[in-house]
Design a protein around this ligand. Sequence first.
Ligand code: PXG
Length: 465
Amino acid sequence: MSAITNHMPTKELQALDAAHHIHPFTDSKELTAAGARIITRAKGVTITDSEGHDILDAMSGLWCVGVGYGRQELVDAAARQMQELPFYNTFFMTSHVPAIALSAKLAELAPDNINHVFFTGSGSEANDTNIRLVRHYWAAKGKPTKTTLIARKNGYHGSTLGGGSLGGMAPMHTQGCPVIPGIHHIDQPHWWAEGGDMTPEAFGLERARQLEAAILELGEDNVAAFIGEPVQGAGGVIIPPSTYWPEIQRICDKYEILLIADEVITGFGRTGNWFGSQTFGIRPDIITIAKTLTSGYIPMGGSLVSDEIANTLAEAGDFNHGYTYSGHPVAAAVALENLRIIEEEQLVERVREDVGPYLAAKWKTLLDHPLVGEANSVGLMATLALTPDKASRAKFKGPEGAVGLRCRTRCFANGLVMRHVGDRMIIAPPFVITHAEIDTLITRARKSLDETYESLIKDGLFVSA
Ligand code: PXG
């Protein structure tokens, strides 16, 4: 079998791509001018482009390829399921074996109070589901006014109208996604950027208490839920101060507000536990899942739901909600096989006890670099804050993100996928990454930081705003 992507020279592929393919979160003019980098195959933690360059993928695709590329077991699971039953739905009193087996498996892996799942095709869909689910739940409990969801600025919950509204990304809200009614945003626990002179601990408490203030302002009887990522991913791997989540939990408990942990990135081992909620000591009522659920080999998402919510919904009759691909048999079969691999190869323990601590130690060595003001990680999620002045945590003069983009470009040239969010650099490598590959990652990251620094000095841009 030949690979479909290898039929044409790169330039022709790039021209066709720019002519016909509208890319997510991409400037089309830039794409037309520069041409996309076309990835043709991958193995382990390494992707290969159409020019034959090997690149260490420290982003696991898009935070999802936990078990690494090229896992034949997942291919076989999909093929077997396609032969046996490629599709059937889970609506109107029908079910099938893969969805049943995966539901039971997820109930086993999830925290004790969570034993139910509603399947979707993606994380965005799952968060849309959550909005309807929590409102339906409170109505069923006889509290129909509890409809508002509280979320955070610079949170990311997807790109649908619901997910984009829950997210706190202003550049999304201004493009056809005005925040839908019944969603309220509070500030994020981003100490490096917004903590001023406060200690991280005091700042974490202050930001958590914005939730209490918002509940009091909106009225406890009007608030359905709070949603947050245990660690903000797309927002720049923002690891909250230790005081933050316990205080959020206390406030949710006190005012009877459902807690939704959006674990699309942090779920299934990324932080060194099955769920980021466990790493941060949170007891959510709902957990959003996607990405590493299938290691990205096939799309699937879902909402894990507490017994209390599921039992209440069960009393209320039909939930008039669902997607054609809810519980898709092929996706469910791949998810089951992926979870089997994570368990059998003890990848969660590997992240917690082996490669996570190894990465953390190596990552911290980058702090001596003149560009790096913060080097932080949890499990296999890590972030660097680039700054012209470490002591004052200053921003660069000029447009935010320009330095991060320079660094990202150098990383790509040096054979490393490291993403930038503004002027933060972030990674989230596959769980199967080895110590030797982490060493390579760090060497390439340092070389890219050096080249970025030299270019800033040369252009007179190593200057505070
Ligand atoms: N919640 C969280 C926490 C996410 O990270 C979604 C929901 C939406 O999932 P879907 O499957 O609908 O994409 C996400 C997705 C980035 C980036 O640039 C992050 C995501 C998606 C695309 C890009 O970091 N996260």
